[in-house]
Design a binder for this molecule. Structure first.
Ligand SMILES: [Mg+2]
Length: 235
């Protein structure tokens, strides 16, 4: 039984529900933009959004991991025709992006996440490995973590190895003594396992593990986490 010294966590859909967070941020941002430029904007359907997004990524592949720039390009796509010069447009995009970012951080933590992290932070090094652009400082939870790695930092998305390797470099703790916790079967569980990192799957919706014959340790309530950790790793 490996001794766990470092626990890394995914953020979106592991500490809070991301869909409702982003939908609210999107609705409020759209309203903010329309109020500012005093125009009704045709935002299109979700499929339109995906199509524009894919086009933008095709033009600039780094947008696949640079969510901030992707967001700014989307704002520009919908608003540029209302601006006469680039400087005004750029300033507007920056302001609109800042508004979105504030909204995107209005998350509702799942029950018991914070007390569990507080407890764990006394005995383990803790880190964040996220493909998203949530910022633990902005969320006021950074005091519990030793580090945070985003896709921008490593120019790739989990399940690629970048996040996990950076965690090892930052903590100086090897994969064998690391536990990664996340909701995503591929990005979190398979990505970490591939490197020999211990895993726990946050499986809120009781999904069936159908990737291989070896389902990971899983939990759906954060209040169960510490016991599960003790049972499985004896720490
Ligand atoms: Mg996630």
């Amino acid at each position: 039984m490996p001794e766990i010294k470092l626990i890394t966590f995914d953020l979106d859909d592991t500490f809070w529900d991301i869909k409702s967070t982003i939908i609210n941020a999107e609705i409020n941002s759209r309203k903010w933009i329309e109020d500012k430029i005093k125009k009704k904007i045709e935002w299109g359907t979700f499929d339109d959004f995906l199509e524009i997004r894919n086009e933008l990524i095709k033009e600039n592949p780094s947008l696949d991991y640079d969510l901030g720039l992707l967001r700014k390009k989307m704002i520009s796509y919908h608003t540029q025709k209302y601006f006469k010069n680039q400087k005004d447009l750029d300033e507007f995009i920056e302001e609109a992006y800042m508004f979105f970012l504030e909204e995107r951080h209005k998350v509702e933590f799942f029950d018991d996440v914070i007390p569990v992290l507080e407890k764990l932070s006394l005995n383990y090094k803790l880190g964040v490995l996220t493909n998203g652009n949530a910022d633990i400082k902005k969320l006021g939870i950074d005091h519990m973590f030793d580090f945070s790695v985003s896709s921008m930092d490593v120019k790739s998305n989990k399940p690629d190895q970048g996040h996990f390797i950076r965690a090892k470099e930052l903590s100086q703790i090897n994969f064998h003594n690391t536990l990664h916790v996340g909701d995503h079967p591929v990005n979190d569980v398979c990505g970490a396992r591939e490197l020999g990192i211990n895993v726990m799957w946050f499986n809120l919706n009781n999904l069936v593990w159908d990737i291989d014959e070896n389902p990971p340790i899983q939990f759906k309530k954060w209040s169960d986490f510490v016991n599960l950790l003790e049972e499985n790793y004896g720490n």
